[in-house]
Ligand binder design. Structure first.
Ligand SMILES: [Ca+2]
Ligand SMILES: [Ca+2]
Length: 316
């Protein structure tokens, strides 16, 4: 007979398996700085694209699972003004017909780009370009009535289609600086011919369903991973620590309950800080471990300050 203990063990194993399946793999891409951005002409040979890492390995969603049959490759660089993308879509049957700006370009062979500068996994600017270079763009407030300026040039080639894209920081309302981390995803709608024509939906960071899923986006980092942790996340944690500590000092009654958990968080901040300070370079693999930890720590700090304020209201 299954004991209560066995049941608990199985239940917790099951929960951890389900949790692992639900979380997408952490995806991050380092945007290199270009001396000079590319000319947006659809010819992918500007010097800025030399030796730049490419995102690939798109995963199918909704229409299937596992790697997309026709793959996509994306490289990015930035300068003071904009984020630039170089996109190549392997495609045996390029199908696009929508010619109207803000029309249903997402029903054509197209690329969908999601950018969330605040990186709070809530809502994103959304840019779509089809294989005819027709654009659709929307923002969280105005939907498709938002017409932020961006440039695209798409071209049909022998093995598919390609595009160059420039998204000016002015259109996003914020410029990226060294060490910034933004929520980001790039997805693709692709009509594939076979016995029967069907659509293949795929994306870089696995959304597990519809594309507009900010909580499952990947990330882009401007500059080095080290700068992102050292100059951005650690100071952010220090700032929140300061807020919490001064609040606890002023409200000792409210602090009593939160203190043990706060001390736990301080320990994990120290661990992150030690790991960062010991390095001259942070690799993608190290960042992929340290960033989710840092983000979780920031969330815990936010939760604690909220709890402290609430407790102060109730107790004092
Ligand atoms: Ca629009
Ligand atoms: Ca196609």
């Amino acid at each position: 007979m299954m004991t209560r203990y066995m049941f608990m063990v199985i239940a917790s194993l099951l929960a951890s398996v389900l949790a692992a399946a639900a979380e997408p793999e952490f995806k991050v891409y380092q945007v290199a700085r270009a001396k000079e951005g590319p000319k947006i002409d659809g010819i992918l040979e500007d010097p800025c694209w030399n030796n730049i890492a490419r995102i690939s390995g798109f995963t199918q969603v909704i229409t299937g699972s596992g790697p997309a049959k026709e793959q996509t490759s994306v490289a990015m660089v930035s300068d003071d003004k904009a984020l630039y993308m170089r996109i190549e879509c392997a495609d045996a049957d390029v199908a696009a017909k929508v010619k109207e700006h803000d029309g249903a370009v997402y029903t054509d062979d197209c690329i969908e780009i999601f950018i969330e500068p605040k990186n709070i996994h809530k809502s994103a600017h959304h840019f779509v370009v089809n294989a005819l270079s027709v654009q659709y763009e929307e923002d969280p407030e105005q939907g498709k009535d938002w017409n932020g300026l961006w440039e695209t040039s798409a071209k049909k080639g022998e093995n598919g289609w390609s595009a160059e894209v420039m998204i000016p920081f002015a259109s996003l309302g914020t410029a990226a600086k060294e060490g910034d981390i933004w929520g980001f995803n790039v997805c693709r709608e692709n009509y594939v011919s076979g016995n029967e024509r069907y659509t293949e939906l795929s994306c870089w960071s696995d959304t597990g369903g519809g594309f507009n899923a900010p909580e499952r986006f990947g990330h882009i980092v401007f500059g080095s991973y080290l700068a992102c942790l050292k100059d951005n996340l650690l100071p952010e944690m220090a700032k929140r620590r300061q807020d919490i500590e001064s609040f606890m000092k002023e409200h000792p009654k409210a602090a009593a309950d939160c203190k043990p958990r706060y001390e736990q968080v301080v320990k994990s901040i120290q661990e992150i800080s030690d790991a960062v300070k010991a390095k001259d370079i942070i690799t993608e693999k190290e960042f992929s471990e340290l960033y989710p930890k840092s983000e979780a720590t920031l969330r815990t700090l936010d939760g604690l300050i909220y709890e402290l304020r609430l407790a102060a209201l109730l107790l004092e």
